[in-house]
Design a protein around this ligand. Sequence first.
Ligand code: 5AD
Ligand code: SF4
Length: 451
Amino acid sequence: MANKRQVYIETYGCQMNLADTEVVLSILADAGYGQTTSLRSADVVFVNTCAVRENAEQRIYGRLGDFRRYKKENPGMVVGVLGCMAERLRKDLMQSESHVDLVVGPDEYRRIPELIEAAINGERGIAVRLSRVENYDDILPLRTEGISAWISVMRGCDKFCTFCVVPFTRGRERSRSMESVVREVEHLGARGFKEVSLLGQNVNSYHDGQNDFADLMAAVARVDRSMRIRFMTPHPQDMSEKLVRTIGENENICNYIHLPVQSGSDRILDLMNRTYTRGEYLALVKKIRTMIPDISLSTDIISGFPTETAEDHHQTLDVIREVEFDGAFTFKYSPRENTKAWHMGDDVAEELKSERLNDIIDVQREISLRKNGAMVNSVCEVLVEGESTKSANDYCGRTDNNKMVVFPKGECEIGQYLDIRIDRVNSATLFGTSLGLSGRQAGHSRLAANA
Ligand code: 5AD
Ligand code: SF4
């Protein structure tokens, strides 16, 4: 029998892209391809790309430059660009001098095997149509063994924040059926996965015709109470009371919400088309905390959006201080062609963007350090996720509210829930000592035990 053709794939950007790569690998496995981690021995080389910010695209272009070398050594190698950049830069990528053979957008992954065949026969291929219905509902993603899995439950985005390219690169919102998501979670549970993250660009606007996102979360949480459920990324506008209640009621839905605010200035929020005011966002946070007092919150913030003044920036710092997020992902505004904000110009100087970004990071770091400091001497339940990246003697894992904890390996194993006493902290990580298995091992929930 001829050897299987081998695919090498690198993934950039958000978790949705990681999930998409698993869909692509599944489609390719069905078509008889194997996966390789060696570029040199690959027959097909793909990058699954991100177009959210300019610097991501620059990095990927650099990587494509590297692939040119490999292709010189191995001229039969097929090089393909998948994902958001494929949508945005199809013309550039398909220029005659380009060494890219395939350009495939996020809704056309089913055509990849056919396009590879064509490329092998010397025909370069492009497939970038966006679909209103494609959700890969029937494809079981090809996952490597592990304890944590992501499941993409909806695709696309209809919010059209003015800075964001996603509605153009990933198209309109569409949701998978609740039944198929639940089936996938059952399958993961049977394989020993301990944590699933439900993913969507705008995950809480999920609706399959009958069930909304709260229904989906409740159904997924019921599958296996010893499994942790996470989700990202919700939009504040769709953060219903029903959803907050569902998070609070289900002990295995993690006590953590990533809730992007983007800016603390009403004027900027309006220009961003975020559909809420600062006051509405703060009221939402208050409501969430009234319902779930110990919930952890994190956020996304953009510095240097067009026309942002020092006053706007200070309002952002104020919101960070007022909410006291547990963490923040911060970005310098990056103009994206064809978005509404693109036409507003990019009038905040680069140095000012960096200065403001650093202010934001400093304020947040202090808050994170204070909040983490309050956890010293407390005992947290941690799911052991793997070896610490910094020390082979330590494991790492997260608490229910998404704090990373590092602790000596001792007797424990990956996939166990442990009680860890926190000994010391910095703004990003907690360090602790294992006190042994936590109550959850027995497979029943804390909720059931308390009820
Ligand atoms: N520039 C900078 N940051 C952006 N994001 C999205 N688009 C841009 C852009 N053009 C950020 C937002 C979003 C996160 C995923 O990326 O904060 O929530
Ligand atoms: Fe982009 Fe806004 Fe949609 Fe998020 S909600 S993907 S930031 S348009």
